[in-house]
Design a protein around this ligand. Structure first.
Ligand code: ADP
Ligand code: MG
Length: 240
């Protein structure tokens, strides 16, 4: 579903992705961990070309995303993204937030889009908030709206960038539970998170990044019981 081949990215003279190569298979859940500034967000953002890469290849569902000729809107329609700080439109209700992209991009009729949105709200457990504004919701509810909005285009891939890092502890579980459900339904997911319980339970593979490079990739079992690299070991010691 996603192939990184020697992907390199610079911000000016700062080399932030240094030859990333890895694959994400359909239905797989890949969790990316690593210290702050190691390039995790940048790696995710390259997948839907929120950031451009300067060298290497990045293939997403058969599209070479560096190719200037591809219709990036079409590719992005296949990729839902959830950010740490929700990024909901504050002046729109929950239902308007969720139906915006299907109506604008997929030209879905209002009534159909709303029907679909209600199904998604049910899935994330907040059907009663359809007509609320983001400011009237808790952090956990906002993040579940953001997930529903990400799902509204029926994407093939969902990207999550620290989706629970801005939440109070009691709200983390409700968001992780929705993500688990998605994973078990077979969604292809790339998740940057510090939630090691989630990684252990849900990830097919874990990637440990440091200083713009992949230091180690393995199953959760490998990672948490028997990491090979010293940098992985010391990182895990710090956070576990
Ligand atoms: P992480 O998500 O692992 O914390 P990031 O991908 O956000 O790391 O950042 C990787 C590196 O790139 C950091 O050194 C960061 O300061 C830098 N960086 C991120 N975004 C930008 C940007 N828009 N302009 C310049 N430097 C950036
Ligand atoms: Mg980040």
């Amino acid at each position: 579903m996603i192939t990184f081949k020697d992907v390199n990215k610079w911000f000016g003279s700062l080399h932030v992705l240094k030859g990333i190569s890895t694959d994400v298979y359909p239905g797989e859940v890949v969790v990316i961990i690593g210290p702050s500034g190691s390039g995790k967000s940048t790696m995710l953002r390259c997948i839907n070309r929120l950031e451009a890469i300067q060298r290497g290849n990045l293939i997403v569902d058969g599209f070479n995303i560096s190719d200037k000729k591809i219709n990036i809107t079409e590719v992005r329609a296949e990729i839902g993204m959830v950010f740490q700080h929700f990024h909901l439109y504050p002046h729109m209700t929950v239902i308007e937030n969720i139906t915006l992209a299907p109506r604008k991009v997929r030209k879905t009729k209002k009534k159909i889009a709303q029907q679909e949105a209600f199904e998604l709200l049910e899935k994330v457990g907040i059907s009663d908030k359809a007509y609320s504004y983001p400011s009237q919701l808790s952090g956990g509810q906002k993040q579940r709206v953001a997930i529903a909005r990400g799902l509204a285009m029926y994407p093939k891939i969902m990207l999550f960038d620290e989706p629970t890092s801005a939440l109070d502890p009691e709200m983390i579980k409700e968001v992780l539970d929705v993500m688990k459900k998605l994973a078990y339904e077979g969604m292809t997911m790339v998740v940057v998170t510090h939630e090691m319980g989630f990684a252990r339970e849900v990830a097919d593979r874990v990637i440990f990044m440091d200083q713009g490079a992949i230091v180690e990739i393995g199953t959760p079992e490998h990672f948490f019981n028997n990491p090979k690299e010293e940098r992985t070991q010391s990182f895990l010691q710090q956070i576990l």
